[in-house]
Design a protein around this ligand. Structure first.
Ligand SMILES: Nc1ncnc2c1ncn2[C@@H]1O[C@H](COP(=O)(O)OP(=O)(O)OP(=O)(O)O)[C@@H](O)[C@H]1O
Length: 276
């Protein structure tokens, strides 16, 4: 089976007049159809830079090298305009903070319509119908009312749900989610994760899910790439990474997680003793 996206020897470098600083040091990864690749690593490990590099979202002061094959074409080296067309249609992207993805000056409905106008030839009535469907599919009540609201009138969780619904309505070949739950509260984070797991089950869309949280990665990933300081530290299925980490850094992440889980189990156990 052919990978949906196959990235080989990806390098990202930041350049100023005085010096160049390597950020991502030749990493390889691939996403198979219907599967989710989780990219795990602490803040600053180069997770976002890798995907932004592939998707043409870095400024002119960055250089990106390597190969990122998507539908028979190398994304690296494509023009900003070509990549903009691919993003949002064939490759959906959900970013960290939903507030920054919406323009504060326009109503939600106008912004959804704009995306439809750019990527489809739907007429006005069809756009409205589709927009309502997106909100309904993401279990948002009173969709017609919500379409009339401005971003600041909605919660972060609701905006993130709308972003996910919009991305999925384009029926992308690949969905990339970069820490999509970090900017929202814990209960909503759980709800948003449930949406991703549901989408994965129902639509079989290939996904890349970026997170610093091992728990989040475990909920959705088939394969995991662990990043540390711009290098690929470990690779494998979640079970391989969790049970038998090859790299010292991955072992540290797993041990930290296991220690938290132990404390949690002990607390539950103690609570049980008190109340039994
Ligand atoms: N605008 C920038 N200019 C120069 N270097 C940057 C810039 N943004 C990030 N970097 C460098 O790239 C490294 C990787 O950053 P990146 O955002 O990819 O990390 P990350 O693993 O996604 O973490 P986070 O979840 O905090 O975004 C950082 O450690 C930093 O040194």
């Amino acid at each position: 089976m052919e990978a949906v996206l196959k990235v080989t020897h990806l390098e990202v470098e930041h350049r100023t007049k005085k010096k160049s600083t390597p950020i991502v040091h030749g990493i390889d990864f691939e996403v198979m159809p219907g599967q989710c690749l989780g990219i795990l690593g602490e803040s600053g490990s180069g997770k976002s830079m890798s995907l932004k590099g592939v998707m043409g979202l870095l400024g002119a002061d960055f250089t990106v090298k390597g190969e990122a094959m998507f539908q028979g074409e190398n994304l690296i080296g494509k023009s900003k305009e070509q990549l903009r067309r691919i993003r949002g249609k064939k490759i959906g992207m959900i970013l960290q903070n939903p507030m920054t993805c919406f323009d504060p000056l326009y109503r939600i409905g106008e912004q959804l319509a704009e995306t439809y106008r750019e990527h489809t030839d739907f007429k006005k009535a069809e756009i409205l119908e589709k927009s309502v469907k997106i909100l309904e599919s993401m279990r948002i009540n009173n969709p017609l009312e919500v379409l009339k609201k401005y971003p600041h009138q909605l919660s972060g969780g609701m905006l993130q749900r709308i972003m996910i619904g919009l991305a999925m309505s384009m029926e992308p070949e690949l969905l990339i989610a970069d820490e999509p739950t970090t900017a929202i509260d814990a209960i909503t984070q759980y709800e948003i994760m449930k949406e991703f797991v549901r989408i994965k089950k129902e639509s079989q869309t290939a996904m890349i899910f970026i997170s610093h949280d091992l728990g989040v990665i475990s909920a959705i990933s088939d394969q995991v790439l662990v990043m540390n300081r711009g290098y690929a530290a470990d690779k494998g299925t979640f079970a391989q990474i969790y049970e038998n980490p090859q790299d010292a850094y991955t072992r540290l992440l797993v041990e930290k997680k296991k220690a938290v889980m132990n404390k949690y189990h002990q607390a539950i156990h103690r609570k049980g003793e008190v109340f039994v």
